[in-house]
Design a protein around this ligand. Sequence first.
Ligand SMILES: [Zn+2]
Length: 65
Amino acid sequence: MSLIDTWKCHICGEERPDDKISVLTKPLIINGQVCGEQNIRYCNDRLACIQGAKDFSFFKGGKEE
Ligand SMILES: [Zn+2]
């Protein structure tokens, strides 16, 4: 018995099978400081998700001027 792994896309929020999800690792920047890494999952067959992953961050508003 095998279960198909599914992952939730961080961009569109849909559950997708493992082979449709890719992970983009980006530096986690808070207040201009690199605090670690964030792994953003996105649909690798949807252009909007591929583009969205590039702009996505779990921590918005990190820029203080
Ligand atoms: Zn998606």
